[in-house]
Every structure is written in C-alpha cells, then in structure tokens.
Design a protein around this ligand. Sequence first.
Ligand SMILES: [Zn+2]
Ligand SMILES: [Zn+2]
Length: 347
Amino acid sequence: MTETKGYAAQDAKTSLAPWNFQRREVGPHDVQIDILYCGVCHSDLHQIHDEWGGSIFPMVPGHEIIGRVSKIGTQVKNFKVGELAGVGCLVDSCRECENCKHGLEQYCTGGQSYTYNSYEQDKKTITYGGYSKFIVTHEDFVLHISEKLPIKGVAPLLCAGITTYSPLRHWKIGKGHKVGVLGLGGLGHMAVKFAVAFGAEVTMLSTSASKEKDAKKLGAHKFVLTSDAESLKTVKGYFDFIVDTVSAPHDYNLYLSLLKTDGIQICVGVPPTPAQIFGFSLLAGRKSLAGSSIGGLPETQEMLDYCAEHNIISDVEIINIKDINSAYERMLKGDVRYRFVIDMATL
Ligand SMILES: [Zn+2]
Ligand SMILES: [Zn+2]
C-alpha cells in the first residue's frame, strides 16, 4: 500500500478536510494516474451528506478525474507512462453479467464498483475518488484522453458529459427532432451542446430568465421560461424528447404535457423524493417517461473521442481544493457556470 493525500468527509455532518489514506500498489493490470483536475459533481454533495442512504465514511469524493499516467502494471497493454488518462464514475464491475458483456457496466447486475462511496469487487475494500493526489485503477476502466482539448474542460465529460451523451445516442436523437432540455446546470449545459451537435432543434426550458443569454450562447435555438404560463403554452405537445436534468422535486406531469404523441421524457437527474405521475399524463399521446444512468466504458470512450473531434468541452470554473466547501454552497444555489473543477496542484 502507498499513502496518499486527499480531501474527505469523515461523516455526513462535517465539511471536507485534508485526510491521508492508502491506495493499493500498482497490480499487473493497473494504471496509476497522477491527478491534475477533478470535476465537482452534484452527486458528490448528495453522497457526502448521505442523501441517497448507505454512504461509506470516510469518503473521498470525485469521479471526473483527469491526469497523467505515472506507473503501469507489467501486463498493461493500452496505456503508457506520461500519457493523459481519465477515470469516470466506475472503477470495476463483475464483467460476467449480460450488461457487462455488452459494455453496459453502469447497469452491472453483479454489482459495479463506483469510483468512490463503493467497494472494489472483493466487496470489502472501500473505493476513494479523485479529490486526491493519484488513483490506481484497472486499465479496463481507464479512458484515453486526447491532447487536443484543454483538459480542465474535459474532466466534467467523465460524468456530466456521458450522462447526457448516452441517452441522446440511445434514442438516436438528432436531425429532425425537437428536443427540450430541462434545467441549465452541469448536466443541462452538456445536454444542450450534444443535442445541438447531433443536429436537433434544441429548446432550453428553465425557471430562470437570467439563463436565456447563456442558453443561446451554448447553442440552444429557443428558450422557454417555464414559470411563465404564456411562454409554456407555446410548446404544449411540441417536443419529441425532453432531457430532464433537474434533481430538485418538480412536476413531471407538466413536462409530459409538452411532448407530442410518442414523445419521451428522459430523466437523468434524481430528485430526493418520489414523484407523482397521473396515468393520463402518459396515456394521452402514448408518452414514455424513461431514465438513463451515466454510460458504459466503450460509450464513454466514444464520447471523449467525439468531443475531441468536434471540439466540445464543459464550461468550467477552476477552484483551489481549499475552497471546496464554499464551492458546494455555491453549487446548492445554482451559482456555477457550469461546473467547478478542482486544480489538484492546490492539494
Ligand atoms: Zn457525477
Ligand atoms: Zn456485470
């Protein structure tokens, strides 16, 4: 084991603070990455406060990890020391179930190993995330990162990027589709960028008029203020798809009414309480309410390569790790455009 430094929450009530912990030695199939940047995801905040239940402490959050390979195991075939590499939300999976065999490790039925707040496949070693100096990960769960893009803006692609790219690809969303993106935050701003890049007509749906300028800058073709009844009327029965990125409680029935016949509302955000949905919201117009969770390893690599080719990155604000707790407070108020990324040189 090698000692390393990170920032951890010791329980659900305390703020993040420096903490020393152990990482495993680099095994034959492992890649060690010296972390340069790590994105700050809303789920980091949910999990350190144990809002989803079952949190494991101490917890080192962070699953939008970018750095350079500093060591490789003797059997590693796909990575070299010195190259850029990334780790997203997953560090391992059972590799045997139907989903794993199809590159859908995010839906592993044998129990996937998340990057933090989770266990390795031995089901007892706790995983620690990217708010740390380095990480040791099996090469099958490490991603290649292009040198073409500014890596600060690439880090959030590993969660916010793939979370929105995957459903857009799954439902083959593109030219000829009218897409509504609900909520303009870390996920929403990436959903807009991808949907526009895929050729869809994109409408930003937001409760905040101040987001209109930004939505247009991101490439959205239209903006609808959802708190304004007149504005909403213009898009009743309008959309083929709505990508719902909101993780606060909201009325699903209202947004289903904006779909046309056979329309699909795809949820990628997780509100803390169950939603009430009227049967008629779905029956009238044969509509679907669907969900999608992050992405598997092959698709995450495909997304990173697509972004490198099409010059797509996340809009980020770089922070010092000492400011992580105040960054969380700002995130709660929606005061970030659109992702905080920690400069790990400040650790
Ligand atoms: Zn995330
Ligand atoms: Zn599996």
